[in-house]
Design a protein around this ligand. Structure first.
Ligand SMILES: Cc1cc2nc3c(=O)[nH]c(=O)nc-3n(C[C@H](O)[C@H](O)[C@H](O)COP(=O)(O)OP(=O)(O)OC[C@H]3O[C@@H](n4cnc5c(N)ncnc54)[C@H](O)[C@@H]3O)c2cc1C
Length: 389
């Protein structure tokens, strides 16, 4: 049962907001990223130059940053938010700073996330709020808690402050009626994160989905965990809400498992991850779970539209959201939105230096020209050709 109004091949709609000049710049960037050796050397070079405090911010800002981020501040993002909104797509303002370890940074980051929640309540062009727990608390501390290690008094107090911040952000989202996603991170801190989010879902999802946890389907245990969470939500009477993703830390996860000689938590191959992801979609649709599907995979996105039709769920249902990252897979986002589905795009923002880990992950993801992401380049070229004709 295919949605006849939906075609991911409509490049004129996908790139309607981009000028020919912007498309040419994208073509250039994706071509460079598509050569794995070049991407590798490029990432290494940028990392080294940044460490040496070389003034390369300007170059990064007009290339990678411009492609994948909304701006350095909330205000700078408004242009993109309005552009996406014209295409029926909502923005998810993602303050993408990573790697902070100081208390003053956590406090400052939480304040900026608060501003994104407040904006979400005011501006209909904002779909969800979002945050990473490691932007408001120490990853090392989360890991200690996961390992049930003894905490010093200072650490116990720091953990209380993390819990307070999470509660405060979720409570604010609840009071302002803004849905809030909490990202999933590395497996060695994720159990702690899962426990913290579960407490928030119990408290704020009593009547409807406000707090969304994230499940990474590249993990062998995720399907089982999803089923377990559903059981729990039934018994405890809260609305289960999940963002489903495949997972962004595969290399890191495998390397660490090898180094520390424990079995990798990640599926052995891509097919197993793909199957688990689609099974999770089906489980959510059939079990009344609020879902946000974060994926650039055409088949998974199509499969979700198929599941919705099969289960008589209207395209605009509040139970199901599609989400992609800004700068990627516009052909999926814009064409889903045109067919009436709820579509949002993560719009990362923050100081150039602090969003570099996010940008490196995107460059890594796009470096295989032969893989799913090589498609990006093909579509940009198709649209350029179409405009020339
Ligand atoms: C809106 C949104 C929010 C996101 N939030 C998060 C988040 O909170 N946490 C997070 O970790 N990621 C997050 N991601 C990133 C996501 O996990 C993926 O890295 C990215 O979207 C690529 O997967 P895909 O489904 O788009 O497409 P595809 O290109 O079909 O899948 C690529 C993914 O498949 C998996 N994979 C690839 N090769 C193998 C292999 N050999 N064996 C096993 N698995 C393999 C990996 O997960 C890889 O990233 C988010 C993505 C989006 C769009």
């Amino acid at each position: 049962m295919i949605d006849k109004q939906l075609s991911f091949g409509d490049t004129s709609n996908a790139f309607s907001g981009k000028s020919a000049n912007e498309l040419r710049k994208m073509n250039f960037l994706f071509t460079l990223m598509g050569v794995p050796e070049l991407a590798k050397v490029g990432i290494f070079l940028i990392k080294t130059l940044l460490k040496l405090n070389f003034p390369i911010k300007k170059i990064v800002k007009i290339t990678l940053f411009k492609q994948f981020c909304g701006g350095e501040s909330l205000e700078e993002c408004m242009i993109i938010i309005n552009k996406l909104s014209k295409g029926g797509i909502k923005s998810i303002l993602d303050y993408s700073v990573e790697g902070d370890s100081e208390e003053k940074d956590f406090v400052q980051n939480a304040e900026i996330i608060e501003r994104t929640i407040a904006l979400g309540a005011k501006d209909k062009a904002i779909g969800f709020a979002v945050f990473k727990i490691t932007s408001i608390g120490s990853a090392a501390l989360l890991e200690k808690i996961q390992n049930a290690a003894a905490l010093s008094e200072r650490e116990s107090m720091a953990f209380e402050r993390i819990q307070y911040r999470i509660h405060h952000l979720c409570e604010m989202a609840f009071n302002l009626d803004v849905k809030i996603l909490i990202d999933a991170e590395e497996s060695w801190i994720q159990n702690t994160i899962d426990d913290l989010i579960l407490q928030m879902m119990r408290k704020f999802n009593e009547k409807k989905a406000v707090v969304y946890t994230t499940m990474q389907l590249y993990k062998k245990a995720s399907l089982h965990n999803l089923q377990h969470l559903k059981e729990l939500s039934k018994i405890e009477a809260f609305q289960l809400a999940v963002k489903l993703v495949r997972g962004a830390y595969m290399e890191k996860e495998r390397e660490r498992a090898k180094l520390l000689s424990y079995p990798s938590p990640i599926h052995n191959d891509k097919e197993a991850t793909d199957m688990a992801f689609n099974e999770a979609l089906e489980f959510c649709v059939k079990n009344n779970i609020s879902v946000c599907a974060g994926s650039h995979n055409e088949k998974s996105n199509l499969f979700l539209t198929y599941l919705m039709k099969e289960n008589n769920i209207p395209a605009s249902s509040d139970m199901i959201y599609f989400a992609q990252l800004y700068g990627m897979s516009d052909h999926i986002s814009f064409n889903l939105a045109k067919a009436g589905y709820n579509v949002s795009k993560y719009l990362p923002f923050g100081p150039v230096r602090s969003v570099m880990p996010y940008l490196f992950r995107r460059a890594e993801e796009n470096k295989s020209i032969t893989g799913e992401m090589g498609r990006e380049l093909r579509l940009i070229r198709e649209e350029l050709k179409r405009r020339m004709i």
